[in-house]
Unconditional design. Sequence first.
Length: 423
Amino acid sequence: MRRDTQVPNGRAMLGGLAHDAAAGANLALTMLPKAMAYAVVAGVPPVYGLYASCAAPALAIAFGSNRLLFTGPVGVMTLLVLGSLHHFAQAFSPGYIELAASLTLMVGVLTLLFAAGRLGFLVRAIPTPVTEGFIAAAALLIIGTQVGPALGAPPPSARSGIHLPAFLAEAAEAWSRRDVLVPGLFAACIIIALLARRLFPRIPDALVVVALAFATTFAWNLSDRGVEMVGALPTGLPPVSAPSLTPLLSGQLWASAAVLALVGMTETSSISRFVARRTGQRSDPGREALGQGLANVAVAFVGGYPVCGSLSGTSVNLAGGARGPRPIYFFTVLALLVVSFLGPLFAYLPRFALAAVVIMAVASLLDLRRLLGLCRADRLDALVVLTTFAMTLLVGPERGILAGVAAAWLCYLWRTRRARAGR
């Protein structure tokens, strides 16, 4: 009798492990190419996106409240990193990479202070109209960073700013220096991935793009034709080293870190609440701040860049049928395996493939229907949305957020004054 009751339990346990391993593999196929692509947007080598994926998701879920929340590199955060650091050093330079690690440590420390001081209410400091306007503008700016790789042009030697006028100038220069072959291959990858999304919705877009790019490289010898490749990545476990403490003396960097921490916690909390409503999971802002803070501190020690809760990663986790944290632990193991053994393979991955991954990932952030719905519902909210959107595009991400928050507070004061006058 005892043996009969144990066999089904053992089979159920093995079946559960196999299910979670498959869900973790699906996460890895979807999110690891995005992590590499987002690292390039942030201005650090692609391998640092993999390092962040090794460190952040497991720590965040182990110490956070929501057991299904995926944490990792996110498009909006990567743009803020680029906007914060391009004044200090050239992207991809050793000094820039060092600054990115220090900024990540600052974000982690501030987020832990949120948790220790029970300051979860600060998440509401960035109202919904501000976040919606900022996310839509940030998506356009992120796409602007990828015009050069999509055209096969070399990266700019330096950026004059992270805003639309600078990106239009870069696009004009990239068009004049474009490669003949790359734009066609880039467009083909996008079109085939969109067709695959409709015909085979369970296959990740990023996997389709990367597989096509690898196949094209081997079939047409793209590296011999002068198409720029990502390049072989270092192999082995992520190197652990303390980030430089010198940048911690910069008040400007602390201000940038505060904006990043607030945006990261706002996005994480909103995703956590969404998952809690859908699945019955807990959503405790204090616990989420603890998990996110520890995740960012850990990423700082492997040389990464700031991370937060990822809507796309969490959606993939839910779609894979996750019922607990094990798929994310399996994902972490797979990320470590990729970092340890598959680095040389990326010598055959064209740069335009990562550009295609980024553009397909952030295109979903341009939810015009949602923006129009917010604008139609309330005129003052429409003013806040349009102010944030326009300022982010024309001036830059950090100033765009600050302008949006200022507009939101002015609108709040106007509402309060009218309510008092109507009594």
